[in-house]
Design a protein around this ligand. Structure first.
Ligand code: 13P
Ligand code: SF4
Length: 364
């Protein structure tokens, strides 16, 4: 019998999906592990066997012995799970359309073009360490593997940059300019020593002199969710509640991170608020599903958790993973049909793994 298509599942309500997901999980037992990123909606998140930020979930994928790794997150996360797991394990994403718009801002053709152009000005392989944020396609991680570069996450970006600058004098950082700038600045690198590479322009829109002088070359990518946060939102909120603590994800703009008391990954944000004194007030710059969960989770301690932006900004691609797709995926697995497998070609996977392994070695 062939795999069942998604269509009939679109008609199921969330309660029906929940029953079916629980029943399928029961049948699959330890052949299945569900990994859930913190930005997943509650109806999906509650089914995760393990939750975490990108680093924690990568480690979980590498350690898991399950036959099926179902990743409730976005595409690059399921790719990393495939690369770091054993060849006989199967990585699956419930909806193939769950990509990451920031990851899409850098592709191999543009990065290779940048490397060629930088090589006209410098000895790129001798002078530049390429560093890719984990929010990137597997072939960019493979590019970093080939060019003695490395991957980073929002948790370990500082350790990774320390390593990168120990290898060579400059870093090409892609795709997120904000994580690069915020981390570089926190390490003491002057803003004047960072330039932005505009991938739509010849030579990134930079002069030879600017490239020779820069320490960090930041790709002109950003997260459409985190770029909504603005320093004025902090000022307005603090005018009303001056005691508020500000916490931001490092994909947020530089001015927001500068005005924040704490900056870190989704896992760091959760732990910081969890460990804070009761009756504290928090203004949080990260995705709405996570902030709403924090609000609900800690209100019994008198903690007030607020979302920074006055407009709703959810990660629309994370939101594509819904209970209907999860029920569809799991029931097909019960029937022996693998749907939406993420399989990175062997050569790319090997080179990407070299860059990921370097990251895991230098991570705290
Ligand atoms: P974390 O690794 O901090 O969870 O971030 C992933 C991400 O995509 C944030 O937008
Ligand atoms: Fe990508 Fe931004 Fe969504 Fe994170 S929040 S997965 S960076 S689009």
């Amino acid at each position: 019998m062939n795999a069942v298509t998604i269509q009939p599942y679109a008609l199921l309500d969330d309660a029906e999906c929940e029953q079916r997901i629980l029943a399928a999980k029961d049948k699959l037992g330890d052949r299945l592990v569900i990994l859930g990123h913190h930005y997943q909606r509650d109806e999906v998140f509650k089914h995760a066997d393990f939750s975490g930020d990108s680093l924690k979930l990568s480690r979980q994928a590498a350690q898991s012995s399950a036959e099926y790794i179902v990743f409730c997150g976005v595409h690059f996360m399921a790719e990393v799970a495939d690369i770091l797991s054993r060849p006989d394990q199967i990585s699956i994403i419930p909806d193939l359309a769950a990509g990451c718009s920031m990851a899409d801002m850098a592709d191999l053709a543009h990065v290779e073009k940048a490397w060629r152009e930088l090589s006209e000005v410098l000895d790129a392989d001798e002078q530049i360490t390429p560093v890719t944020y984990i929010n990137s396609a597997a072939d960019l991680k493979a590019f970093c593997g080939r060019h003695q570069g490395i991957v980073c996450t929002s948790t370990n970006a500082r350790h990774v940059l320390d390593w990168a600058f120990n290898q060579r004098e400059k870093v090409l950082f892609f795709p997120d300019q904000h994580l690069g700038r915020n981390t570089g600045y926190s390490m003491g690198i002057d803003l004047a020593d960072m330039v932005v590479w505009d991938y739509d322009k010849p030579m990134g829109g930079l002069t030879h002199e600017q490239i020779k002088q820069a320490k960090m070359i930041l790709w002109k990518g950003f997260c459409s969710v985190h770029q909504m946060f603005q320093p004025e939102q902090i000022d307005n909120f603090k005018a009303k509640y001056p005691e508020t603590k500000i916490i931001a994800h490092p994909e947020s703009p530089f001015e927001v991170c500068q005005k924040s008391d704490y900056v870190g990954s989704t896992e760091y944000i959760i732990n910081t608020i969890a460990n804070a004194e009761p009756h504290t007030r928090w203004l949080v710059a990260t995705e709405l599903n996570l902030v709403n969960r924090l609000h609900d989770q800690f209100k019994h301690q008198g903690k007030q958790v607020h979302f920074m932006s006055p407009t709703v900004c959810m990660c629309s691609t994370m939101f594509r993973i819904d209970p209907q797709h999860l029920a569809w995926t799991l029931e097909n697995l019960v029937e022996g049909h693998v749907v939406n497998q993420i399989s990175v070609p062997q050569l790319v996977a090997g080179q990407a793994k070299a860059a990921l392994d370097r990251m895991l070695e230098v991570s705290p």
